[in-house]
Structures are given as C-alpha cells and as structure tokens.
Design a protein around this ligand. Sequence first.
Ligand SMILES: Cc1cc2nc3c(=O)[nH]c(=O)nc-3n(C[C@H](O)[C@H](O)[C@H](O)COP(=O)(O)O)c2cc1C
Length: 306
Amino acid sequence: MTTPDLSVDIGGLQLQNPVMTASGTFGYAMEFKSLIDLDRLGGAIVKGLSLEPTKGNPPPRIVETDCGMLNAIGLENVGLDAFIQKKVPFLSKLKIPVLANIYGHTVEAYARLAEQLDEVAALAGIEVNISCPNVKQGGVAFGTDARMAHQVVQAVRRNYSGYVLVKLSPNVTDITQIAKSVEDAGADGISLINTLTGMAIDIHSRRPKIANITGGLSGPAIRPVAVRMVWQVAQAVNVPVIGIGGIMCTEDALEFIIAGATAVQVGTANFVNPRTTIEVIEGITSYLQTHGMVSIKELIGTVRTP
Ligand SMILES: Cc1cc2nc3c(=O)[nH]c(=O)nc-3n(C[C@H](O)[C@H](O)[C@H](O)COP(=O)(O)O)c2cc1C
C-alpha cells in the first residue's frame, strides 16, 4: 500500500505532517525527548515566552474537571534571555520546525519579543498568544477586541520577518471578526482555540479550587466549541487555520481537518499519553489509506454541510 502524503503548507511554512504540539503542554520539547521521536512531529510549539522570567500564579494551579482540566499556571516561563541561552541550543538540533509562543501585557512587549526573536535562526516562526490582558486598556485581553488584536499583530509583523501564527482566544462573541482583523494585520496563519475561561468550587470549603479563582478550561470538554470555531474561521479567512482543543486521538484530529483545519495541535492529551501525537500521525495515515486518498490535502475542509 502506498504511503499517503501528509505534508501541508500552513501559510509559507512546510510541515512533514499536520500534527504539532500545543504551547504550554510540551515544555521546551526537551522534556519529551525520551518519550517520543521529536523529529517525527509536524512541528513543535514551546511554552509561552515573555521578555522577563515569570513565576506564574500560586498553587493550586491545576484541577481536573469532567472531560478536561482547568489551569491557571499564569504563563510561568524562563524569559527571553534564558530561552535563547538554555533552550534554543537543544531546539536548534531538531529537524522539525519549532515555533516560540509569545505573550506580553503591552503592544510594546510583543513588539520587542518579535524583534529579538527575529535574530534567532533556529526558530521556524512565532505563535502570538493574544489571550493576555492589556494592562494599558484596563486588563481587557488583546484577543477579545478586534482593534487591539489588530494592533498587536501589526506591531509583531513589523518586527518579525519570518512566519507569524496568531493564536485566538475563544472567549469572544464572534470569532470570525477577530480572525479577519489578525489576517488583515498580516498573520500568515491562525491557530485556535486557546482555553475557555472557567471556574470550579470546592463545596465544602466553598473556595475556588484554584488559587487564581478562574482558569482556562482545556481537554475533550472544549472540542465541540473548538471544531465549531475552526469551521467558522476557515470559511471567513484566506490564511490556513490550525485546529486546537481536546484532541485525544486520531478521530478528534480528523474532525478538525474535515472542518477546515490545515494542521492541528495536541495539548492536554500530552499529559495523559505523551505518545498521542505519534499515534495521531500514524492514525491519519491509516485513515487516508482506508479511504483511498493519496494526500491529506484531499480531506481538508471537506465537511458535507447542506
Ligand atoms: C497547562 C497548560 C498551559 C498552557 N500554556 C499555554 C501557553 O503558554 N501559551 C498558549 O498560547 N497556550 C497555552 N495553553 C493552551 C493550549 O496550548 C491549548 O490551546 C488549549 O489547552 C486547548 O487545547 P487542548 O484541549 O488540546 O489542551 C496551555 C494549556 C494548558 C493546559
């Protein structure tokens, strides 16, 4: 049986297959090197990066919920300098595209990160997390306001010459409006979704189960929301869409691809089964063979709606 072609182009960046890892669930990739062959992945997105080191929120920061988890890690990370000195040397040895995921609390912080990462040749691109609060606009998340989302992506675009993926927040009324504004600002691709804001309460102590009170919901519980948003955005923009949200197995990834995603990212599943990405790559290959397809491109966006 011939091996189908799994390669995809996500807006100027070529991937050998459509399966990537989601930021914050895969460390700096090195943590998974003894668990899977990293060079088999379509690509890897590493932990969200800020200009300065960030300690994150106090514990408890994670709680399991029905079909998912709530987290309020608070974007703990080593900061730009330590990332370049201590993490990039390992990442530069990988044969797959690696993207840094960036965030800031001002437009200027995003712009500076983009400018400095433009010098890091080992990176194939950056993924801009716009789910963060804008401290200059009363803490409203950049990604929940089309104008602010546009501003931040435009500032990054001006300072970064490589591939720019923009990751959308699902905590909005009309996801297509935000998607169109970041496309207009120069995004090469759009990834979605980030976590949905949630809350869980211990009924005996009557305290929130996580110290931050609210957290981001991820895992299978959010998948139908994510598939719906990917389907809507894929129709609204011309750049490729990368689907994220509750992918635990091959069937889940295929759902996103059929909805219109050119590639997918695996997140929470990495904590449950670190081999999920590899199993999904193998599963997609089998699915294409079973359905007589020679390329993954024959499947993207083929959902049959009336
Ligand atoms: C523990 C944890 C940490 C995360 N950290 C980040 C991050 O640093 N940057 C980011 O853009 N998304 C982050 N995310 C969101 C994931 O990348 C992903 O968008 C979300 O969890 C939905 O996918 P999933 O259901 O497959 O986990 C994090 C998610 C989890 C569970």
